[in-house]
Design a binder for this molecule. Structure first.
Ligand SMILES: Cc1cn([C@H]2C[C@H](O)[C@@H](COP(=O)(O)OP(=O)(O)OP(=O)(O)O)O2)c(=O)[nH]c1=O
Length: 207
């Protein structure tokens, strides 16, 4: 089974690699705009669908996976910060509070160049941030680790120190909710366990 990850995110790639799942990557050039009027969950799923669909047209057979992660605090949807000042502003808004991280997922099954079925869903995790000083924020922003991440932080790096705790799937915060993905695949009779163990088998088979 040819799994195609429609994402440039190194985190998503790493999570699938850690499970021993074979996949190929075709980053999507889909423009992430025009969804502001939708509810946050619908925004994340619409963008995930758009990314996957863009890649579908470049695949003849397989399952194409798109994902989009956003941070929601009050009614504000935070994507990736545009500048260090923008990152600083986002982190000030998250400090000492709880926010939601939502990742939309979309799967398209492509057969002989045609989309035969599709499904989508999302996962939500509540993340509690510690109170942060200006110095904490300045030091973190200076690492540059915040610029390519929704909400201006990466929980898998130094920003682990900014987080008091969370409720829900940690992997969802990193950008790929593994159990939600598994549940979507199981609608089609496929599981991540199946893909991971098949991957390991071929990895250990002598050439
Ligand atoms: C909150 C949070 C986000 N992120 C990342 C996951 C996503 O890569 C990124 C959100 O941006 P996305 O637009 O979801 O993804 P992307 O632009 O990195 O990749 P692509 O569109 O090609 O799929 O933020 C972390 O790595 N750690 C975190 O703690």
């Amino acid at each position: 089974m040819n799994l195609v990850l429609a994402s440039a995110s190194p985190r998503r790639r790493q999570l699938l690699t850690d499970l021993g799942i074979p996949f190929t990557v075709i980053p999507s050039d889909f423009s992430e705009e025009g969804v502001d009027d939708l509810a946050p969950e619908a925004q994340a799923m619409t963008l995930a669908r758009g990314k996957a669909q863009w890649v579908c047209h470049r695949v003849s057979d397989g399952i194409v996976l798109g994902a989009d992660t956003i941070v929601v605090v009050d009614d504000d949807v935070l994507g990736k910060p545009k500048t260090p000042d923008h990152a600083r502003e986002m982190l000030k808004g998250l400090a000492g509070r709880t926010h939601r991280v939502i990742t939309g997922l979309a799967l398209f099954h492509v057969n002989e160049g045609r989309i035969v079925k599709e499904t989508s869903g999302y996962e939500e995790t509540q993340v509690h941030f510690r109170a942060l000083t200006e110095e904490d924020i300045d030091r973190y922003v200076a690492t540059g680790d915040c610029l390519d991440k929704a909400g201006a932080y990466g929980i898998q790096g130094l920003a682990a120190l900014l987080v008091e705790g969370l409720e829900g799937d940690y992997f969802n915060v990193v950008g790929l909710p593994l159990v939600r993905l598994d549940k979507l695949l199981r609608q089609w009779g496929i599981s991540l366990m199946m893909l991971g163990t098949e991957g390991n088998k071929s990895a250990t088979t002598p050439a």
